[in-house]
Ligand binder design. Sequence first.
Ligand SMILES: Nc1nc2c(ncn2[C@@H]2O[C@H](COP(=O)(O)OP(=O)(O)OP(=O)(O)O)[C@@H](O)[C@H]2O)c(=O)[nH]1
Length: 882
Amino acid sequence: MAQTTVKQLASETGIPVERLVSRLAEAGVEARSAEDQISDEDKLKLLSHLRNAESARSGGKLGAKRSSVSLRRRSTSELKVNTGRGSTSGRTVNVEVRKRRTFDKGNEQTDEEPVAEEVSEARTEQLEQERAEAEAAENAKREEEQRKAAAEQAQRDEEERQRAENEAKRQADIAAQKEAEDKARREAMERERAKHGKQAVQTDTTRSRVQENLRRAAESHGRTDDDIKREKEREQGEKAAKRKELHVAEGKQGRRKDKKKRGGGGRRQKNVNVATEHTFERPTAPVIRDIEIPELITVADLAQKMAVKGGEVLKRMMKLGVMATINQTVDQDTATIIVEEMGHNPKPVAAESAEEALEQEVHAEEEQVEGVTRAPVVTIMGHVDHGKTSLLDYIRRTKVQAGEAGGITQHIGAYHVIHDKGAVTFIDTPGHAAFTRMRARGAEITDIAILIVAADDGVMPQTKESIQHAKAAGVPIVVAVTKMDVPSADLEKVRAGLAAEDLIPESWGGDIQVVPVSSKTGEGVDDLLDALLLQAEVSEFKAPIDVPARGVVIESSLEKGRGPVATILVKAGRLKRGDTILAGPHHGRVRAMFNELGEQVKEAGPSIPVEVLGLSGTPEAGDSAFVVANERKAKEIAAQREEQQRDTKLAQQQAARLEEVFSAMGENGPAETKDLNLLVKGDVQGSVEALVESLRKIPSQEVKIRIISSGVGGISESDVELAMASQAIIIGFNVRADNKARKSISESGTDVRYYSVIYEAIEDVTNAVNGLLGTELREEIIGLAEVRDVFRSSKLGAVAGCLVADGAVVRGQPIRVLRDNVVVYEGELESLRRHRDDVNRVPAGTECGIGVKNYNDIKPGDQIEVYERTEIQRKVDVAETA
Ligand SMILES: Nc1nc2c(ncn2[C@@H]2O[C@H](COP(=O)(O)OP(=O)(O)OP(=O)(O)O)[C@@H](O)[C@H]2O)c(=O)[nH]1
C-alpha cells in the first residue's frame, strides 16, 4: 500500500501542516508530526470527515452540488539505466509519476461535517472547468478560422479557374496570330528569294531548314515538346499555388499581431490563415518579352535576353535543325526565328554605333530648329604665284575686326571678317590640295571658292585644276583677277580663258562674278567681299543655333604649355567653354577658346573658327567635332572612333575600281543608275579630247559616265587626291604618275589605268560598265630607270647611263621612254649592261647602261619604264549579277 507523509499530503493539498495534523486528529487518524506516515485509508477517513464538515456548514447544499472529487498525487522515483558500451555504472534518471483520481458519488448526500479547507478543492475544480471552457472556446475559434479559410480557398479556386480559362483563350489567340505571321513571313521569304535569286547560300540553307522545321512544328498543332513541358510546369505552378506550398514570409505587422494573440504561455497558434496578398505567386503564364536582335548575336547573349538557359536555346536550335555552340554567333534572321519559337517577340534592330545614334539625334534636333543666316565659309584656290597668299594676307591685315589695331596675332587656320554688309569666314590654308584633302575626309566645309587668276598670266593649268575641284565639290565660284595694278594686266584675256573653261563671266552674260583686285593697292577687295556676300545671299547659307554645337576640325597641333590645340569651325549651335566635346577620336572639356586675335572667347556660333584647348589629343583636319551630353558618352564614342579609324582609313582608301563598277550597281537596286567617275590625263590635247569624247559616248543603261577632270600632262598628286575625293578612276593616256602621285596611288589604292591605244581604253571601260566577261590585257610596270647621262658610241648609238629607281630592268620586256611623265617613245631594249657586261636583269638601286632599239633621242632626265603585258580574267561575274 502506498504511504505518504503528512508533510507531502500538506503540500499536495495546499493545507498547512499543523492544520492538517489537527484535521487528521479530528478524522481519527493518528498523526502528530510532519514526518508521520499516513496511508490511503487514513486519507479516505480525512476526506470523508472533511466532506461531512463542509456539508454541515453549507446545510447540505454544497454536497448536493458536488458529485465528484478529484485527487492528484505526484511521486518521484529514481531509475537506473544501463548506457551499454561496457559501462558498468549506468545512468540515474528521475521519474516523476503524476496521478489523478476522481471519486464520483453521484448526488449522494453526506452527513460529514464540512470544513473550510474544502474550498481549495472547489477552486481546483473551478480551474479545471475554466480550462475546459477555454479549450472549447479555442476549438470553436479554430473551427471558425477553418471555415473562413475554406471559403477563401473556394474563392481562390474560382479565380484560378477564371484565369486558366482566360489564359487558354489568350494562348489560342497567340497561336492563331503566330501561325498567320509565320505564313506571311514564309510567303515574304519565298518572294524575296524568288526576287534575289541566289543569295548567301549558306544562310539560306540554314534558314530554309529552320523554316521547314518551323512549318513541321506548326503542323503538329503548334505544340512542341517544350510547349507541353511549359504547360506542365504551369499546371504544377497552379497546383502549388492552390496548396500554398510556398513558404510565405508575412509582413512584420502580421507576425507582431500573432505574438500578441498568443500572449504569454498561451497555446501555440497554428499559422493557418495565410495573407495571400503578400505572397509570391509563381507566374502561371510564360512571360513574353520584346527581344532586341542586333545583326549578329551570340547564342549566350540571346539566351540572356530571353532570360533562359543557354542550353534551352541550343536545344531549340537543334530542333530547328541548326547545330550551334553557346558562344557561336547567329545572324539576325536565325535569331529572329529562335526568339519567335521560344514564344517571345523579336525586335530586329539595325547595327548602330553610338556615334550614328548621336549623329541621328543631332540631325533630328537640328531639323526641328529654324536655321539662321550664317557667314559663308570661303576657300581661295588658283595657280601657283597668282597671289592667293597675298590676297588672304591683305584681307587679314585690313579687314579682320576692321578698325582694331594689331589685326591677327595668331594663325589658327581660319579667320572671320566682319564687313560692312556682313561677315565672311576664310579658310586660311590656300590651295585646292587642302580643300580636296578635306573633301576626301568627308568634310564639306567650303561654301564658296574664290578662284584666283593673275591678270598678267591668265588661266593656267592649276587654275583649270582648281575649277575642276570646285565643280566636283559643287561649290559656287567667285573669280578674283589679281595683280590688276600690274601694267601687263589683261582682264579681257582672263575672261576669255574662264569662258573657255565653262565659267562665263557676268559681263559676258553668264553667272560667274569676276572681280578685278590688287593685293598691293587694295583695289577691288571690298568689291570681292561684296561679291562673296551676294553669292552667300543667293545660296542662303543657314545654320541652327539653339542646338548642341557641332563643327569641323580645320587644323590641330600639340603646343608646349597648352597641350592639344584644335581649330574648330563651328557649323551649328554655339560652342561654349565647359562643353564636353568629341573631335575625331579625342574628347575633353573645352578648357579655353581663342579667336584669331588670340583673345579668349566664351562661345562661338556657326561659321566662327575658334582655337579649342582641352582635348585629349590632336584630331586630324576634316574630323568632325560634336558637343556631347557627358564625358562618359564622349569617351564611348571616342573609343569607337579610334577603333573605326583604321576601317575608315581603309574605306576611304577603297577607291573605285573599274571591275567593281558593274557589280556595285546592284547595291542600290537595279533601277538606280550609277555614276562612273573618270579622271583623264593624256600626252597631248588632241588625244585627251578624243578619248574624253569616246568615253562619254559609251552606251550603258545602268552606268552614267562622268569625266570629272581631264587635262594634258603627267598624273600629279593633286589628280590622285581629286580622284580619291570623287571616287574616280584615273585613265592615263601615254602619261605616267610622278613620284609623289605614285606614292599617293599606292597609299590610297586609287585605280590608275595606263593606255597607249585609245581603242583599248574605250573597250575596257565599255566592258566594265556592261558587266561583260572576258579577259583583259593588263600592263604592269616592273621597273623604272632614271637616265643620268647619255653616251654616244659609233657601234651602239646612244647609250643611257641609268640608275634603276624602282623594280628591276629586265631584258626582253617592252619599254617606254618618258619625258616629264609623258611617253615619248615605245619600243624595246637594244642592250642592257653593267660594267661592260651584258646582263639580263638589273635591280633597283643599281647603275646600268641601257641602249634603246631604234631610238637615239634619249636625254638625261628621261625615264625608261619596263613593263609586262599580262592577260587577266575579269572579276565581274555576269552569272552572279545578272
Ligand atoms: N603687283 C602685285 N603683285 C602681287 C599681287 N598679288 C601677289 N603679288 C605678288 O605675286 C607673287 C606671288 O604671290 P603669292 O601671294 O605668294 O602667290 P600665291 O598664289 O600665294 O603663291 P603660292 O603660295 O606659291 O601658290 C608675290 O611676289 C606677290 O608679291 C598683286 O595684287 N599685285
